[in-house]
Design a protein around this ligand. Structure first.
Ligand code: FAD
Length: 456
């Protein structure tokens, strides 16, 4: 007989929002007040803003994979797997475990924080030939792939093959794409010292965006400074341009140019996790429409936050919604935990309000631009702020030490060109890394729950 009568809180996703929420619940709730369960496919919280530095090898993958099991105080039950559907009526979350078992997890309160996936468009060849920059495996794969292009170009006697292996295209002029292009360009530039047979003139990076500006959040002056830094380093920036077609050995731009390349990195925005669509609830641009208190209006015990939710941005007003940033996700995580606790104890829920603290953009080495609290910084001071901000935001001292040690080592010893070769013979693309086809439709969720009810 099941004798557990404590309310069950289920948190989906161990990212910035989910982990922050779970830690707060653990701190503020006594163990006999509620059971807390976390569903996550990975045993770490990924510090996404430093992903471009993993792709360029400045940081090792483990340094930004922050452990969920570092402290003895943690008491949350962790289910290793991904939620593939939620039935709001029966209050059950359907989970596919990492061993591919389907299990049903009933809840009293659910906190949805599954983040986002790479946004793609119906462009011929895109999903078959592009890499994203959204998961740890993707960053490690891209690193290997780029170094493989240097190795193969170095060994090749065919000038056409050399030329196509040494051109690289990044789509997306937000901070993810800009930092990725900047960090990887630095790596390939440094390669000239280690690959004496390579003609440095052949190495070329393209950064393109359909928008008229890179990172418009930076403002006119700072945005121009970032562009100037990248152009000085030889990155060709094309604005108002996207991809018309992608193939294994070339990419066609919408302005008609055909670029011979084997590397297309796609970072043109994000959309909410496909889990949100399984709820059959109202969405805003794919993100779950929630109240300023982050609860689902009319939903019993349902909360959502971070990249997967459309949380009204009360500090901005005018019907704005919070941008998908780590800064918001982390603060929303703490705030939603307080609101879950308030619901549990019968207290009032509070709306989420946070004024953006600014933006930091690490372009590698001493190149950076930042805008903390509206102050525009460039070069070393900007880099100090960027790295200081990320370093202090890492959750554990072990992660902090790993990152700092890696930065120091890279500053002293320079880049290395180790290709691990883990996936050499298997091309991996966007959906292989983001498991976008794992989810149920709302009808499948319902059929599954009804089927389970009949069996039970
Ligand atoms: C390359 C890059 C650079 C960035 N740089 C910055 C920056 O400089 N500053 C900034 O503020 N923001 C930055 N961002 C954005 C920031 O990382 C996101 O806004 C933030 O991670 C959102 O937090 P989240 O908790 O909603 O999602 P995430 O942190 O993505 O966490 C979601 C978690 O849910 C898990 N998950 C997914 N699906 C399921 C499922 N079905 N079931 C269970 N778990 C699931 C995922 O594995 C992940 O652990 C960057 C993003 C990228 C990709």
């Amino acid at each position: 007989m099941n004798t557990v009568t404590r309310p069950r809180i289920l948190v989906v996703g161990a990212g910035f929002a989910g982990v922050e929420c779970v830690r707060r619940l653990e701190r503020k709730l006594s163990p006999d007040e509620a059971d807390v369960t976390l569903v996550t496919p990975f045993a770490y919280q990924l510090y996404l803003p430093l992903l471009p530095q993993v792709a360029s090898g400045v940081l090792t993958p483990q340094s930004i994979a922050v452990s969920l099991r570092r402290s003895k105080k943690y008491r949350t039950r962790i289910i290793p797997g991904g939620a593939i559907g939620v039935d709001l009526k029966s209050k059950v979350c359907v989970i596919r475990t990492i061993t591919d078992q389907i299990v049903d997890e009933p809840y009293d309160y659910i906190v949805l924080a599954p983040g986002s996936i790479t946004r793609t468009f119906d462009i011929p060849g895109l999903t078959d030939h592009a890499f994203g920059m959204k998961t740890l495996a993707e960053a490690a794969y891209v690193r290997d792939h780029v170094i493989a292009q240097l190795d193969l170009a170095d060994a090749s006697q065919d000038p056409d093959e050399r030329a196509s292996r040494l051109q690289f295209v990044v789509v997306g002029g937000g901070y993810a794409g800009t930092e990725t292009a900047a960090c990887l360009q630095r790596l390939t530039h440094a390669a000239v010292k280690r690959y004496p047979r390579l003609d440095p003139g052949l190495i070329k990076w393209h950064l393109i965006d359909i928008a008229p500006k890179l990172m418009p959040e930076l403002g006119e002056k700072l945005g121009s400074s970032a562009q100037e830094i990248l152009r000085r380093r030889g990155i060709e920036i094309s604005l108002g341009v996207s991809i018309a077609k992608a193939g294994p050995e070339e990419v066609t731009f919408t302005d008609g140019r055909v670029i011979p390349t084997r590397t297309l990195i796609w970072t043109a925005g994000v959309v909410a996790s496909p889990l949100i669509a399984t709820l059959g609830a109202e969405t805003v641009k794919g993100r779950l429409a929630v109240a300023p208190e982050m609860n689902l209006p009319g939903g019993d015990g349902v909360f959502a936050l971070g990249d997967s939710a459309a949380v009204p941005d009360l500090a901005k007003g005018d019907g704005a919604m919070c941008p998908p940033t780590a800064q918001h996700a982390q603060r929303q995580g703490r705030h939603v935990a307080d609101n879950v606790i308030a619901s549990l104890r019968g207290g009032p829920l509070k709306p989420y309000v946070h004024k953006d603290l600014g933006l930091v953009v690490d372009l590698g080495g001493t190149d950076a631009v930042s805008k903390p609290l509206g102050i525009e910084l460039r070069g070393l001071p900007a880099q100090a702020v960027a790295r200081g901000y990320h370093w202090s935001a890492l959750r554990t001292n072990v992660a902090k030490t790993r990152v700092m040690t890696n930065w120091l080592l890279n500053a002293v010893a320079g880049d290395d060109f180790v290709r691990t070769g883990f996936q050499t013979r298997r091309a991996a693309r966007l959906k292989d890394f983001e498991y976008t086809d794992a989810y149920l439709t709302p009808e499948q969720v319902q059929a599954h729950i009804e089927g389970a009810g009949r069996q039970g």
